[in-house]
Design a protein around this ligand. Sequence first.
Ligand SMILES: Cc1cc2nc3c(=O)[nH]c(=O)nc-3n(C[C@H](O)[C@H](O)[C@H](O)COP(=O)(O)OP(=O)(O)OC[C@H]3O[C@@H](n4cnc5c(N)ncnc54)[C@H](O)[C@@H]3O)c2cc1C
Length: 511
Amino acid sequence: MPASRPFDRPAMLSALRHEEFDVLVVGGGVTGLGVAVDAASRGLRTALVERDDFASGTSSKSSKLVHGGLRYLQQGEVRLVYEALHERQRLLRNAPHLVEVLPFMIPILTKDGLVSRKIARALGSALWMYDLTGGWRIGRFHRRLRKNKARRMMPTMPSDRLASAYVYYDAQADDARLCISLARTAADHGAVVVNRCAFRDGAATADGDTFAVKARVVVNATGVWNEEVPTRPAKGVHVTVPWEKVRNTIAVVIPVPKDRRSLFVVPWGKRPDGTFIHTYVGTTDTDYSGPLDDPQCTRTDIDYVLRALNASVTTGVTERDITGVWAGLRPLVKETADSRTADLSRRHLVSTGDSGAITVTGGKLTTYRHMAEDAVDRVCEVLGKKARSRTKRLRLNGHDGSREREISELIRERPELGESLVDGLPYTRAEAVYAARHEMANTLDDVLSRRTRSLIFDRDASRRAARTTAELIAADLAWTPDRIEREVTAYEEICRHEEVAAELSEDQLHA
Ligand SMILES: Cc1cc2nc3c(=O)[nH]c(=O)nc-3n(C[C@H](O)[C@H](O)[C@H](O)COP(=O)(O)OP(=O)(O)OC[C@H]3O[C@@H](n4cnc5c(N)ncnc54)[C@H](O)[C@@H]3O)c2cc1C
C-alpha cells in the first residue's frame, strides 16, 4: 500500500509530474474522488486531477440528501432505491462527522375541505415499501402524525389545509465537505490529488504549465463535461431563506401546485436551542441547454420555488427574503429525447471508450461509493490485477474528529481565530485558515463557497466578510496586496452575477 501523502498542493503537483501511476482520474467531484479513494485503498498507484476546485461542479450544488429517494420508488426503480439505501447506511457509518439522520415529513393536505383517503393510503403504502426496501436500516420506521403534531414540526403551514402527515427518515450531508473529506482520504491512502489542474488530450495543465502524466489507465469522471457518454444536463436550483420564515424543525416535502413535482424544504444550521439559521428549498428539474460552466438560478426558477413555498406557508415569502441560491446540473445518462428529465434514471454507467478511457457517470451523490467500486473493478480488469474494493467499511478522513481538534488547536494558539468568519453563520476564522493550510483552498471563493458554505446560505454576509477573509488567509497562500484585491473583486463578481441572473429568464441570461 502506498504511504499516506501530506495534503499539500506543490508536493502533489511535483509527484504528478514525476511519478508513474496505474490510474489517473480526471474530475474531482464526488464520483472522481470516490474512484480515487477506491483505487488508492486497493493499492493502485493513483492520481486525480480537478481543473477547478474539488466539488466546484455539480457536487457542491445538490440537495445535500443522502437518501434512497422515495420518488424513484414511485417510478418503479426498486433496485436503485435498495442500493442507495444501502449506501446511505455505509455513509452514516463511515462518515459520521459529515452525515446525519434527517427526519422528513410529508403533509397530507385537504382539497376543498376533504382529505383524499386514496392519496393518504397510497402514500402509506409507498412508505412501507421504502422501509422494506432498506429504509428500516436507519433504525426507525415511518409513522403517521396527527394534525397538531404535524403543525408543531412546521408551524407556518396553513392550519385549515393540513389534515395529518407521515414522517420517515433519511440523511443529510454537506456535499462539498464530503468531497474534501474524500480527497483527503485518497491522499491518506497514497493518492496524488491536485485541484486547478486540467487534463486534456493526454496532458495536464496546472499553473500555466502543460506536462504529460504517466498513467496506464484513465478514468473520466467529468460529470456533465464528459464527452464520451451522451448525457442530458438537467438544471436544479435551491433557494435559501431565513429559518424564521418557515420554522420547520424537520425536512418537509411540499407539493408544487399545478405540477406533479414536489420540493424539499430543509432546515440548516442547527442552533443549540433546537432552532435553525436557514431553510433551503429545492429542487427544480428542467432541461438545460445553456453554458455548462454557468448554470444560474434565474427569475423563472425563483418564481417557481416561491410559488410552491407560499402555497405551503402562511408567512408570505418574497424574493427580498432570499439570502442565497445555488444551481447545478445533473449528469443524467441520455435515454429518449422526449422523456422529462425528472423521469430519467439516476442509475450510473461505466463504459470503456475507443480511446481506452473508462467513463463513469450518472448516479447520485449517495451512490458515489458504489459507482467508484464498479469503475475501479473495470480498471483492475484492464490492468490484469486482482484487488477487491475495500471501501464498504473504509472510514473517511475526519471521522475521528481530527479536523475539529486541529481547528481548536489553532484557536488555542491564536484566540482571535475563534471569532466568527461571516456574521450570522456558524464558521470560525480558524476554519478559513485551516482551509488554506490543510484543505487545498487556493482562492477566496474556495473558502467562502465550498470549505465553508457562506455564499449559498448568506450571500450578502459572505460578501461583507470577503476582504477580512482574504486578508486572513493571505499569509498562508503568499498573497500580495494586489492578489488580495483581485480575489475580493473576483468574489464580488460572482455575487453580482448571481444577482443579475435572479432578475432574468434563462434566455435573457445567455442571450
Ligand atoms: C440540483 C441537484 C440536486 C441533487 N441532489 C442530490 C441529493 O440530494 N442526493 C444525491 O444523492 N444526489 C443528488 N444530486 C446528484 C449529485 O449531486 C450528482 O450525481 C453528483 O454530484 C455528480 O458528481 P460528479 O462527480 O459525477 O460530477 P461533478 O461534481 O460535476 O464533477 C465533475 C468534475 O470534473 C471536473 N472536470 C471537468 N472537465 C475536466 C478536465 N478536463 N480536467 C479536470 N477536471 C475536469 C469539473 O470541474 C467537475 O468538478 C443532485 C444533483 C443536482 C444537480
